[in-house]
Design a protein around this ligand. Structure first.
Ligand code: CAA
Length: 241
């Protein structure tokens, strides 16, 4: 039987491309989403991938959602922590709410999700965790003290957990996308995007969601069993670690 993969934020943007790529690679995919029912319904109708609604910043909701997926589809063997939000503001204008919303979703969300599949992966001696961090967690980004902190935290989480999972055949890796042509990036003011961001990308364009999805498919595969704790950078040459 094919493996079960769960993708958070899996019905839109990079997450939708990941869900489709994993489905095409033969996984039984479940896509989580938090809010946009209309987009989730359209995604499900277009792809056939089952969709499940809960907020990854809510630990109890993650437990209930995963339990439902495991009873309906099977134990989660591949978890892609992709769900993420932005609440961009210069730090002097950033509110505690903007800080907490981003930390709770983009960092604590990884704890909330991973913690609930970890014991099962340990018991079965197999697991793949792929965390979608960001170039802005590596280099920092003005207007994103909250987001950069969370995404840098995701990298520390990845490296710590990789060491714990290794003996149980669970790999934990991160991908740092650069600026990808999704709604999240296209929400950046046009002037900032065109004059400040795209000129900094040596390949001269935004990335495509499928370019990140292919990285996930590789890290989830048996072929990637010796790769753990790593950060795969896919940013068109914008930043080298
Ligand atoms: N890179 C370089 N310069 C930037 C910048 C960026 N990403 N964002 C803002 N600036 C510059 C602006 O061009 C502006 O410079 P000038 O005064 O010289 O014109 C200055 O910073 C102040 O910006 P604003 O006038 O826009 O200030 P504001 O208070 O109205 O808005 C902001 C601030 C909300 C941060 C807005 O500028 C913004 O949304 N910037 C984009 C921030 C960003 O890059 N977010 C990434 C979102 S995509 C993502 O997060 C996915 C991922 O993982 C890569």
């Amino acid at each position: 039987m094919s493996r079960v993969a769960l993708v958070t934020g899996g019905t839109r943007g990079i997450g939708a491309a990941i869900s489709v790529a994993l489905k095409n690679a033969g996984y039984r995919v479940a896509a989580n989403y938090a809010g946009n029912d209309e987009k989730a319904r359209a995604f499900h109708e277009a792809t056939g991938v089952p969709v499940f609604k809960w907020d990854v910043s809510d630990y109890a909701a993650c437990g209930e959602g995963i339990a439902r997926i495991e009873s309906e589809i099977g134990p989660v063997e591949v978890l892609v922590n992709n769900a993420g939000i932005t609440r961009d503001a210069m730090f002097h204008k950033m509110t505690p709410q903007q800080w907490h919303e981003v930390i709770n979703t983009n960092l604590t969300g990884l704890f909330n999700m991973t913690h609930q599949v970890w014991t099962g992966m340990r018991d079965r001696s197999f697991g793949r965790i792929v965390n979608i961090s960001s170039i802005n967690g590596q280099k920092g980004q003005m207007g994103q003290a909250n987001y950069s902190a969370a995404k840098a935290g995701d990298l520390g989480f990845t490296k710590a957990l990789a060491q714990e999972g290794a003996a149980k055949n669970i790999t934990v890796n991160a991908i740092c996308p650069g600026y990808i042509g999704t709604e999240m990036v296209l929400a950046v003011p046009e002037k900032v995007l065109n004059e400040r961001i795209i000129p900094q990308i040596p390949v001269g364009r935004l990335g495509e969601p499928e370019e990140i999805a292919r990285c996930v498919t590789f890290l989830a595969s048996d072929d990637a069993g010796f790769i753990t704790g790593s950060t795969l950078t896919a940013n068109g040459g914008q930043f080298f670690v």
